[in-house]
Design a protein around this ligand. Structure first.
Ligand code: GDP
Ligand code: ZN
Length: 386
């Protein structure tokens, strides 16, 4: 467990006004905000060079003029030899600083300039969850270090805006798709979107329906059953009554988990119920309160006392499946898989073809109509995107 004082100090330093030179910010960065898409991939992501912004602090100076401040350290401390390097996990990236958890302590690290240049060139910035090797520089209240190496990723979770991919978190084992039954009202098709994106990438998808105390019409069991019967793990929770918290704890133990879901569904509350005091929001406070300045914190990684870790990402609004080839969409509906070979036409897309085994299964009640509807929605949307 990291020291809260160390973390606060790290946040304070990360908020420090950077000393650096200014360069003009190209106008083409001023495109209107695009819809963001999320995707999880086990392959190395093809991130765009704009991810280089991870190393920079971007200041908003109105719509017409934006300057980019690039921070450069006057001198870099020398590298330790390989045997002296320490290993840790990048837990958050703020501007040019990476918070690294070595297991016993938190370290505030910069990235060795030559590595930084290479990472930018290879479109592979450090993200939360990355395993890194670093040279310890100073050990006091604030431990500083310099990252020398980023170890290969097991998985990379990324977001796409349709043309570019931005890595948001690395080495995730499972994604818990959190919804609330009410406040905000559950969006059942959104669960399926998340599950498709997660399945496409490799980590296990788990369904969690929170705020079970607000389930006045007792709808949760039916929704959970929809997923349980096709092999997913699914649970109902309430941080108000404690329902499901033990089960959640056993799911989290020993794994690196990402919580995905709209803001307000109770992700932070759930984690705090599992491990009181681990306030997920902490990581974002400095970003939110640091008026005008926008640091590119994409996700934060938290070690759990019982083993394992949680990756928290800022609220996901629109999840999309734009990175999945249209003809592969069916593969991510796990209950379709044993039906597809029985469709009359080998290129059946299961929408208006005769002799479609998927549609037959929907009519026979073996495939849930709501799941099928999610498939059709996603298919139609993806075909319109071309
Ligand atoms: P996040 O944005 O997904 O991290 O959601 P938060 O954890 O910040 O929770 C949003 C709101 O929902 C807060 O006001 C919580 O107190 C409330 N909340 C969280 N879990 C529950 C629950 O199980 N039942 C009820 N009734 N409210 C909850
Ligand atoms: Zn079919």
């Amino acid at each position: 467990m990291f020291s809260m004082a160390g973390r606060r100090e790290a946040q304070r330093v990360a908020k420090r006004k950077p000393q650096g030179k200014r360069v003009d910010f190209r106008r083409n960065r001023l495109r209107p905000a695009r819809q963001k898409h999320w995707h999880v991939s086990s392959e190395e992501p093809e991130a765009h060079i704009e991810d280089a912004a991870t190393w920079e602090t971007v200041r908003h100076k109105g719509a017409l003029s934006r300057k980019r401040t690039i921070v450069e350290r006057a001198e870099e401390p020398p590298s330790a030899d390989r045997s002296q390097l320490m290993r840790g996990t990048a837990i958050a990236v703020r501007g040019q600083y990476v918070e690294v958890d070595s297991g016993e302590k938190m370290w505030l690290c910069t990235v060795r300039r030559v590595l930084r240049t290479r990472l930018i060139r290879e479109r592979h910035p450090v993200v939360a969850g990355d395993e890194v090797l670093f040279t310890p520089v100073a050990e006091s209240t604030l431990n500083e270090g310099v990252i020398e190496e980023v170890l290969p990723r097991r998985t990379a979770l990324h977001r796409s805006d349709g043309r570019r991919h931005h890595v948001i978190a690395a080495n995730v084992d499972q994604v818990i798709v959190v919804s609330s039954i009410r406040e905000p009202l559950i969006k059942e098709h959104l669960i399926d979107r998340y599950l498709v994106a997660v399945h496409a990438g490799g980590p296990e998808g788990i369904i969690c329906i929170n705020k079970a105390d607000l389930d006045h019409e007792a709808r949760i069991p039916e929704i959970l059953e929809r997923y349980l019967r096709i092999g997913y793990r699914a649970l109902a929770t309430s941080t108000a009554t404690g329902q499901g918290i033990e089960e959640l704890r056993s799911i989290l133990a020993g794994k690196t988990t990402m919580l995905a879901g709209q803001s307000g569904v109770g992700k932070s509350s759930l984690i705090n119920a599992v491990q009181p005091g681990l306030n997920l929001k902490t990581a974002h406070v400095s970003v939110a309160t640091d008026k005008g300045r926008h640091t590119t914190t994409t996700a934060a990684w938290y070690r759990l006392d019982m083993g394992g870790a949680v990756i928290d990402t800022p609220g996901i609004r629109a999840l999309d499946v734009a990175m999945i080839p249209l003809n592969e969409l069916e593969m991510h509906f796990v209950e379709f898989l044993d039906k597809i070979p029985h469709c009359k036409f080998p290129n059946c897309v299961h929408i208006h073809e005769d002799g479609c085994a998927v549609k037959a299964a929907v009519e026979a009640g073996t495939i849930d109509p709501s799941r099928y509807e999610s498939y059709v929605d996603m298919f139609v949307e993806r075909s319109e995107q071309g």
